[in-house]
Design a protein around this ligand. Sequence first.
Ligand SMILES: [Zn+2]
Length: 290
Amino acid sequence: MAFRSPVGTEDERNKMPIDIWPKTWVDANAWTGNIPPKYLLGKGNWAYHTGADLNMAGDKDAHAPIYSIGDGVVRFAQLVSKTTWGNLVVINHGIVNGKPLFSRYGHVEDMLVAKGQAVKAGDPIAKVGNQFGVFPYHLHFDISTTIQLDKSPTYWPGLDLQSCRHHFVNPRNWLRENHNNSAEKLPDGLGTSGGGLGTNGGTKPDDVKPLPTWYVIDPQGAQVYKEPSLAAEKTVLLPRGTKVTVDVQKGRKDAALTWGPIIGGNLNGQWVAIRKNDGKESYLSTNPPQ
Ligand SMILES: [Zn+2]
């Protein structure tokens, strides 16, 4: 596994030597070495900036895809408020260089992931937004090497320089130095990507468990419904072989079927039948169809 820029074309994100931000992107509030810039949030409201504000000239970055910088599990993905963070995504990448690693993506639109979902480096997670017109289009992106964003995904140190430098790093430098590094330990359930420190704890949030990927194995496909009932409104038919993340812990049973809610993507919160309760027939499986 490797770490890559959260923005740019596939070529730009993978081109060597790694320069991290693609050429056409500018960081409007960049760190200098280990020092975050102080900037004006709003009238008379100064703060230290925890990461990068990634822009392209003239709103060319509007709706640009945003990618997970590395493998991990989504810790947080929801609307915080329309005036502060807007939609916010936080990803737990496990332990890297002996420390926890979290990445955070603010003011985004069209979130494609949900809490608990496993992601790979380079998976699209959202698009660059303008937070309902509050800001120019840009991506606020930061990297934390403590468990602060696990405890508080919206954490903001404001004018506390010491806390800002304790919890956050220069994101461009970190990505430059670690672009070919890998996690010693991925978040619980994702296994390890290389030997290393193994049991070094620190990122074991109890409520973040990766959800398994399910495959549609029924040759007829799987019908998606608004509610867990055959009488509910139908939305789309997923063809055999389609991959979906389903939270079986939140599943429901009716008289005949076991249902599960789909997590992430356009179908987030809609329902599919997993199997018949009598065990005679399954529609989804965690193994791909043969
Ligand atoms: Zn910012």
